[in-house]
Structure formats: structure tokens, C-alpha cells
Design a protein around this ligand. Structure first.
Ligand code: UD1
Length: 424
């Protein structure tokens, strides 16, 4: 298994190109199941999660080819030959559940294994299922699988009021509703940019959608959808992660393709720590010179609030900040698994339930540490940039799920970082 070796090496200087969003791509790909015509995604990130989704779609009979070095995904679902999403693939990635709504809407039935994914709390899929039930689906949970059937004549438009603005449940309901009979209104819909991006793509395919990106989405079902070509929106979590690199290591980095609107709440907090953020022609420039960052408190919330997917990385910055910061995790329980690893590097962190209190230390020290989930693993790399000596992060496969060419991107800015393969 690969490991990543980071040596704290002083300020960073350079540019980093932000890739297409993993989470947007993972919901745009299943949209291919809604149509027999080709769907092509450009600006796709090259990540293991995207390969897992390709494998899942291919297992159903869809054609998925990576063109232009994997940046373009050409997909076609004209020849779907099974409606069962198997446990062996689904267990690798929770986003696999996103094939359920589209298959049910177009083919009238689907069997999907209950998902696995990052070990960050219970993460049920009840809201996905309730939304589809509201549209008339008959669902049965048997042997770890959801067996779903649409009523005769197909799914029906419905009023769906989510008790919590779940990203995945909103995406599943939105895709299913595009082919349902009549009007669907999704209330308390998630407002993440990935949802607006999905709605843009579905609209190009011929769907009638109003209000995506707000908390009420209205969908008029249509009889069929057609093909489209769509560029994947920039990855706001990758953007935020690399904004933290100069914040932690010092220096100045320009993030190409980043916009402040994608990370507004996070950018406000980062500025409050004393980091400078400026908009450039091509993206955002982030700089910290001299002074240690100041501690700021953070509460994670659904978009447009501070993203849970940047909490671990922000904690890495707080570990070396001046003062004490309180980080409150409101989206997932059990999402502080990076804290014991950061403590191995000399951080001072106290976790109580969903709250972590971090008192900044002047200097972190390199240590062997273990990645426990995707965002936790990158927080350890960020901490390594500011630590004295060597940090070796093992279980890097978590990182490869969501960060494309991380060593090259950071290395190009002067970071001392390398991948160690066991066969080296
Ligand atoms: C998506 C993102 C993930 C991000 C999360 C929150 C993808 C592929 N993943 O995950 O990176 O951390 O949004 O921004 O886009 N919940 C239920 N029942 C459900 C669904 C969710 O109780 O049926 C709960 C979850 O356990 C969690 C909360 O709702 O506590 C948020 O989950 P949700 O917004 O659905 O996250 P995902 O779509 O899984």
C-alpha cells in the first residue's frame, strides 16, 4: 500500500489547477441511466471514486469510456442489461446509491445494495428511500439490498419535504422526478453547488427544473430525456483544501479555476485567521506572510455554511494557530478521527462528542500517521507541511479517492512531498 512522505519545508509559492468536483461527477454519472442517448462529461477528475462509479455503471451494461486522458467521460446507457447494483461494488462507495433513482425512473424497477463508504458515522439512506416512496415506489429491504418497483405507469410527481437537507437524497429525488408523471416539489432541498450543476446537466438533457440551488426545487416530469455534453463544476473541497496549504505552510498560492462563491463561508473564516484571499483573472490567490494564524471557531453546516468536508483540514490549521478554537461538527457524528493522529504530531486537541477544542502549538512535529478517511488523510498532509521533520501518512488509498495528483500539485508549489510505493 502506498504511503506519502511530507517534510515541512517552509513557505509555498506557485499555482495549482483545481479539478472538476468529485461529488458533482459522482451524481452526474448516474444521470446517464436516465437516457438511451450519450451523456458526455468534460472536466472530470481522475480519481478512484470515479473509476468505482464507472465500474458500477458498466456492471449494469452502460458504456463508459475515459477520453482525453480520463478528463472526458463518454457514457451511454442504451443497452442496460441488469437492474441490480451489486454489493461488491456498492460497498466501496456510498454514492453508489445514486443509481437507484434514475434506474427506477427509467426502467420501473431497481435492486441496489445498501452502501458502505467512509467510516464517518451511521450515514443511513432513509431519506433517499422516503423520497422515492413518496413518488409511488414500492420498496422492500431484503438481504442487504433495496428492491424497488415503480407503480404501473411509472413514478408519480410528489411533494417531498426533507427533515434534513441531505445532498444525496436531494440528488436521487431530483433525478427520479425528471421522468416522473406530473410535478415534484422538493422542500428543504440541499443547496450545494453540485446540485445546481446536476440540474444544469439534466436541463440540457431536456428536464424541466426550477429552483435548483435554493431550498425548494420544482420539477415537471417529461416522457424522455436526451443526450448532452456538460462540464463538471470545479471542486470546492479541493479548492478549500489547497487554500489551506499556504495558510498552514506560509507563502502564496494561486488556485486556478477557483471562485469565492464556491467556498464563501470557508473563505470568510480563513480571512479571520489572518490569511489574505484575492480574486485574480484565473481564480483565487491565497497568501499568509509572517504572523501565525489566529484561532477561529467553526461550526459545520449544510451549504452555504462551513462544509463538513473541510473541517478536518481547518483543524490542521488550528493546530498551529495562536489561541484556542472550538470546532463543532453538526453534519456527521464521529468525524474527528483525524484528531488522535494530529495529536501524534504534537497537536493539543480535546474531543467531546461533536466538539473539538484545539489549542494551537508553536510547532508540530513529523510522525508516522494513518489516514482514516478521505478528508482526514489530507488534513494530515497539510499538518505535515507545517511540521518539523518527516510525516509519513499510510493508507493513502483514502486520499486517492478524492485528490488527483496531490503530490504533483503541492510539489509544484515547493512542498517536499513524495509517494512511496511498496514496490519501490
Ligand atoms: C455528500 C457528500 C459528502 C459530504 C456530505 C455533506 C457526495 C458523494 N458526498 O454526502 O462528501 O460530506 O454530502 O455535505 O456528494 N442522512 C440521513 N438519511 C439519509 C441521508 C443522509 O440521516 O437518507 C444524514 C447523514 O447521516 C448525515 C447527513 O444526513 O448525518 C448529511 O448527509 P448527506 O447530505 O446525505 O451526505 P451525502 O449525500 O451522503
Amino acid at each position: 500500500m502506498d504511503r506519502i512522505l511530507v517534510r515541512g519545508n517552509g513557505p509555498l509559492d506557485g499555482t495549482i489547477e483545481i479539478s472538476g468536483a468529485k461529488n458533482a461527477c459522482l451524481t452526474l454519472m448516474p444521470a446517464t441511466l436516465l437516457t438511451e442517448e450519450p451523456l458526455t462529461l468534460t472536466n472530470a477528475p481522475r480519481l478512484s471514486d470515479i473509476r468505482t462509479m464507472s465500474t458500477l455503471l458498466q456492471s449494469l451494461g452502460a458504456e463508459v469510456s475515459g477520453l482525453a486522458n480520463g478528463r472526458v467521460l463518454a457514457m451511454s446507457s442504451h443497452n442496460i442489461d441488469t437492474l441490480t447494483a451489486d454489493y461488491d461494488i456498492v460497498r466501496k462507495m456510498r454514492a453508489s446509491i445514486l443509481v437507484l433513482g434514475p434506474m427506477l425512473a427509467r426502467f420501473g424497477s431497481a435492486v441496489v445494495s445498501l452502501p458502505g463508504g467512509c467510516a464517518i458515522g451511521a450515514r443511513p439512506v432513509d431519506l433517499h428511500l422516503k423520497a422515492l416512496e413518496a413518488m409511488g415506489a414500492d420498496l422492500e429491504l431484503r438481504d442487504g439490498y433495496v428492491h424497488a418497483k415503480a407503480p404501473t405507469g411509472g413514478l408519480r410527481g410528489a411533494r417531498i419535504a426533507f427533515p434534513f437537507a441531505s445532498v444525496g437524497a436531494t440528488e436521487n429525488a431530483l433525478m427520479a422526478a425528471t421522468l416522473a408523471k406530473g410535478t415534484t416539489i422538493i422542500e428543504n432541498a440541499a443547496r450545494e453547488p453540485e446540485i445546481a450543476d446536476l440540474a444544469d446537466c439534466l436541463t440540457k438533457m431536456g428536464a424541466h427544473i426550477d429552483g435548483a440551488g435554493t431550498s425548494t426545487i420544482t420539477i415537471e416530469g417529461v416522457d424522455r430525456l436526451g443526450g448532452a455534453t456538460h462540464p463538471v463544476v470545479a471542486d470546492r473541497i479541493e479548492l478549500g483544501t489547497y487554500m489551506l496549504a499556504p495558510a498552514i505552510a506560509g507563502g502564496s498560492v494561486e488556485l486556478l479555476g477557483g471562485t469565492r462563491a464556491l467556498v464563501a463561508a470557508f473563505a470568510d473564516k480563513l480571512e479571520a485567521t489572518g490569511v489574505e484571499i484575492t480574486e485574480t483573472d484565473k481564480g483565487l490567490r491565497v497568501a499568509r506572510n509572517g504572523e501565525r494564524a489566529r484561532a477561529v471557531d467553526v461550526v459545520t453546516e449544510p451549504f452555504p455554511g462551513f462544509p463538513t468536508d473541510l473541517q478536518a483540514q481547518m483543524m490542521a490549521l488550528m493546530c498551529t494557530a495562536q489561541g484556542t478554537a472550538v470546532l463543532e461538527e453538526k453534519i456527521f457524528e464521529n468525524r474527528f478521527m483525524h484528531a488522535p493522529e494530529l495529536i501524534r504530531m504534537g497537536a493539543s486537541i480535546d474531543v467531546h462528542g461533536g466538539t473539538a477544542t484545539v489549542t494551537g502549538v508553536e510547532q508540530l512535529r513529523g510522525a508516522p500517521v494513518m489516514a482514516t478517511d478521505l478528508r482526514a488523510s489530507v488534513s494530515l498532509i497539510l499538518a505535515g507541511l507545517a511540521a518539523e521533520g518527516e510525516t509519513v501518512v499510510s493508507r493513502v488509498y483514502h486520499l486517492d479517492r478524492g485528490y488527483e495528483r496531490l503530490e504533483q500539485k503541492l510539489g509544484a508549489c515547493g512542498a517536499n512531498i513524495e509517494r512511496i510505493s511498496d514496490d519501490d
